[in-house]
Write a protein that binds this ligand. Structure first.
Ligand SMILES: [Zn+2]
Length: 417
């Protein structure tokens, strides 16, 4: 066995990704460490351990676990990292590895940026230096997320506008990013939506009228101003009744800002709307586009709560799109449940999907899946549970001008029209 069994340990966390700090990228860390080894060691074997997308606040990382296991088996006697925080951000744990575990196992530990090499570092001065750095890492790690969160909460409590995007009809004040200014061209569309509603038009009638007369959609306004690079699902962006409804109930147009409207049941859970009295509303935050009386009048005929039982969903909801216009198909329950494209009716697009029988679609997709799995020899290995999981992979489906995709890019069969 060669004298040194060197482990280079590389870690990239999600935070690094957000900061886009190139010096922390996997490739950069690897080339830095490899060069160091080449320049400073003669007789060695090199082993690489890597954790991509893991936080350094704990040791639950496959790469680090693998490495420590090899250390325990005496297969590694030297570890090299770019800086301490790559190996661990937890002060106590890092300290115990550096001061007790590694010396006990006879492992040399080198951290390049910290200019730390356990072979050269002995005595109390070194300890102070290392401990101080560790402490900083630890505090940095624990504090950063908390600080970001609390700063945001304070801004919200002060009634400041904190979203990154400006709402349709407004633009951010170039002098103060928490202030909103009226965007004339967009505000004109908002006013029209309200006045048409007062005249008695329904949301879907307004959407249809706008599509027929080619009124630009909110996203098209944004594109024109270079604020987004989104591409339309079909050939163009369309007004929908739900976009109109969102504009009709948004209090931003009477100068108010509503915050803390949603809450999560648990971390990572879904957002739920809170009771109105718990919302944080700041009145008179910015110049209104719509008169309060008009807004209230519009609300009178609206806001009747939808009964969720009357709007059942189907496992394929959100996974089927129209092969003609690419809009998500809507599910209609009943004796003969079916999927349909709303553009057929609301925008008189005659080529759109009319009625695609839901039970037929289920059977068809099941057959397609079996077919696909059989040709790939996977069927025997699959239990029913696994098939259920596969259903998520289906983004879209084909019959009566519907398309099927298995994964994002591999198109199985195309549009029939
Ligand atoms: Zn369609």
């Amino acid at each position: 066995m060669k004298r040194y069994q060197i482990a280079i340990y590389i870690r990239l966390s999600k935070e690094d990704d957000r900061c886009k700090e190139e010096s922390n990228s996997i490739t950069m860390q690897r080339s830095l460490l490899e060069r160091y080894v080449k320049d400073h060691f003669a007789d060695y074997d090199l082993h690489e351990f890597c954790d991509d997308g893991y936080t350094g606040t704990n040791f639950e990382r496959p790469g680090v676990q693998d490495m420590l296991e090899r250390v325990r088996n005496n297969e590694i006697n030297c570890i090299i990292v770019k800086d301490f925080s790559r190996f661990a951000r937890d002060y106590i744990e890092l300290g115990s590895y550096l001061e007790q575990i590694f010396p006990f196992l006879g492992v040399r530990f080198i951290s390049l940026n910290d200019k730390y090499d356990s072979d050269n570092y002995q005595g109390s001065i070194a300890d102070i230096d290392v401990n101080f750095k560790n402490l900083v890492y630890d505090l940095y790690s624990k504090d950063l997320s908390g600080k970001v969160r609390s700063a945001l909460a304070v801004r919200k409590e002060q009634g400041q506008y904190v979203s990154g995007n400006s709402p349709f009809g407004y633009e951010k004040d170039p002098k103060d990013r928490h202030a909103l200014l009226i965007a004339g061209d967009e505000a004109e569309v908002v006013r029209r939506i309200y006045s048409l509603t007062v005249e008695g038009y329904t949301a879907s009638e307004i959407a249809r009228l706008f599509n027929e007369t080619h009124v630009k959609t909110p996203i098209e306004f944004k594109m024109e101003k270079g604020k987004t690079s989104r591409i339309p699902k079909g050939n163009r962006f369309m007004w929908t009744a739900s976009t109109i409804c969102q504009i009709l109930r948004n209090e931003i147009y009477i100068g108010s800002i509503v915050q803390k409207k949603y809450e999560k049941d648990f971390v990572g859970g879904k957002n739920h709307i809170k009771p109105r009295e718990e919302w944080l509303v700041s009145y008179g935050h910015h110049e209104p586009i719509i008169d309060r009386k008009v807004f209230d009048k519009v609300q009178e005929g609206r806001g009747k709560k939808r009964n969720p039982k009357r709007h059942p969903t189907h496992p394929l909801t959100g996974k089927l799109v129209c092969g003609c216009c690419s809009r998500n198909l809507s599910y209609r329950a009943g004796l003969n449940p079916y999927f349909t494209c709303k553009n057929r009716y609301s925008n008189a697009m005659d080529h759109c999907v009319d009625k695609a029988n839901a039970m037929f679609l289920e059977q068809y997709i099941l057959l397609m899946m079996q077919d696909k799995l059989e040709t790939e020899g996977e069927l025997e290995r699959l239990t029913k549970d696994m098939i259920d999981r596969y259903i998520d992979k289906i983004v879209v489906c084909d019959e009566q001008r519907i398309e099927i995709f298995w994964k994002e890019n591999s198109k199985v069969c195309g549009c029939r029209s």
